[in-house]
Write a protein that binds this ligand. Structure first.
Ligand SMILES: Nc1nc(=O)c2c([nH]1)NC[C@@H]1CN(c3ccc(C(=O)N[C@@H](CCC(=O)O)C(=O)O)cc3)C=[N+]21
Length: 297
């Protein structure tokens, strides 16, 4: 029997687990604050940002939203970041990616005060994580860690294959998987668009993390019997539904679930975990910036 990994359920547990930390902060006069900045007309980006704001409200984090015109001068975004860096009510800053082409993305990532960088994308935070002493683990890989732990998936000595080498998922996921215990100690292979024999690598994988951004790239026939399959893909493909599209993962679910031991669905798998770990990092950030000790789940 294949186990369906329920991201909504584990995310709800994480949110519940943040309540104590949020209470401790409030008792000391601090409400954790998360600023989201959107500079895009992309409907998917708008959806994700509004979901993040709704999550904040649900757990008692102060959500601050800044929206800039997609064609506004880049300086407006840099100035916004400076203002948020200086604002003591803002503990976490998330600039929704992608930003428009006329904006220097690397400058944006460097501009955010590293202690407010709840995405974990600032070079200082990337460096800390790679060196094994992360301040903020990037939300998607951290969420996947929590999912694997919740479903007792052993990473110790496992063969793991990460499909995709992005800065926001593939690279940090690989880093977490190769860390020393408690989580990690997996023998980890990274496959990407120039990999010659994806199926050959997947055939030996106990754990597969599919994060290539290619709809249904991974199919059941490529998988080892009993493998744990984590699908990070959130591809919107045109479909005759109410919204005019359908969400499709990087895994062909129908064939993969026949072979996998455990598998995440899309939606309802990794996506909700990414959002939960953003709240987690925001609570952690508020604790670091106020010297209030917070227990984290
Ligand atoms: N600075 C920055 N940080 C991010 O973390 C970031 C970003 N930029 N840009 C875009 C990606 C994408 N992302 C998602 C998070 C949750 C869901 C999510 O919750 N998805 C739901 C459903 C979504 C739906 O219905 O459309 C699910 O999978 O169940 C999706 C996508 C965060 N991102």
């Amino acid at each position: 029997m294949t186990t369906l990994i329920d991201g909504n359920e584990v995310a709800a547990e994480i949110r519940d687990g943040l309540a104590d930390g949020i209470e401790s902060l409030k008792a000391e006069g601090t409400t954790p604050g998360l600023a989201t900045v959107l500079m895009s007309d992309d409907p998917a980006s708008e959806t994700y940002v509004s979901m993040k704001q709704r999550d904040c409200e649900e757990v008692g984090i102060n959500g601050i939203h800044v929206e800039l015109d997609a064609d506004a001068p880049a300086e407006e975004l840099y100035d916004t970041i400076d203002d948020l860096n200086a604002d003591p009510e803002v503990h976490g800053i998330l600039v929704q990616m992608p930003v428009p082409d006329h904006v220097d993305k690397r400058r944006v990532l460097r501009a955010i005060d590293p202690v407010k960088d709840v995405d974990g994308f600032h070079p200082e935070n990337v460096g800390r994580m790679v060196a094994g002493h992360a301040r903020y683990k990037p939300c998607t890989p951290h969420g996947i860690q929590k999912l694997l732990e919740a479903y007792d998936v052993e990473t110790e000595g496992a063969e793991a294959v990460v499909v995709g080498r992005s800065d926001i998922v593939g690279k940090p996921m690989t880093n977490l998987l190769i860390q020393k215990a408690p989580f990690g100690n997996a023998t980890t292979t990274v496959c990407h668009s120039r990999t010659k024999d994806l199926a050959g690598h997947l055939a030996d994988a106990d754990i597969v993390v599919a994060a290539a951004g290619v709809p249904e790239l991974v199919t059941g026939d490529m998988l080892k019997e009993g493998a744990t399959v984590v699908d990070v893909g959130i591809n919107r493909v045109d479909a005759a539904t109410e919204k005019g599209y359908e969400l499709v993962g990087d895994v062909e679910f129908e064939s993969a679930e026949e072979v996998a031991g455990k598998i995440t669905p899309v939606p309802g798998g990794v996506g909700p975990m990414t959002r939960a770990m953003l709240l987690y990092n925001t609570v952690k950030a508020a604790g670091l910036q106020t010297d209030v000790p917070v227990d984290l789940p």
